[in-house]
Write a new protein. Structure first.
Length: 151
């Protein structure tokens, strides 16, 4: 996922799965905290988070402070909450929401009340080492599109 510097919008073409088989790797849980206007993971925040997991792994979001929720998709992309939604925003420290990612791809998410403040991130799911897989990724779309001249 890339933040378009010229427009300030996020854009990407989804990844298409052509073939995938997994030999049954051990699933893992990755914890992302919610605090202030940030998703944090391993010392990284929001769009700087590099969280790459395997199919079957779980992301656990933990509320530290603030009034938050976790919503799949990006603000205004028309797909908000289609994959997962933690529910309405709440401010209860210690709240946990988990989602297990089963398919490879790049999955954006945001906090509904704070998405406009940059509380946006993503998870990249790739086949585990040792699995058989092939992915075809679309290119990133950023900035104005060029029009073809009629011939």
């Amino acid at each position: 996922m890339q933040l378009c510097k010229s427009t300030g919008f996020l854009a990407a073409v989804p990844i298409t799965i052509l073939l995938f088989a997994s030999p049954g790797a051990q699933a893992e849980v990755f914890e992302v905290t919610l605090q202030g206007f940030w998703f944090s993971y391993d010392g990284q925040q929001n769009m700087d988070i590099e969280l790459t997991i395997s199919p079957g792994d779980t992301v656990r979001w933990l509320w530290v402070e603030g009034f938050h929720n976790v919503v799949s998709g990006f603000p205004g992309d028309g797909n908000e909450g289609e994959l997962f939604l933690s529910g309405p925003p709440i401010g209860e420290p210690g709240t946990i929401f988990e989602f297990t990612f089963l398919e490879p791809g790049v999955f954006g998410y945001h906090c509904h009340p704070h998405g406009d403040f940059g509380m946006i991130s993503f998870v990249t799911v790739i086949p585990a080492p040792g699995s058989v897989g092939m992915l075809v990724a679309g290119g990133l779309l950023c900035g104005p599109r060029r029009r073809r001249r009629p011939t």
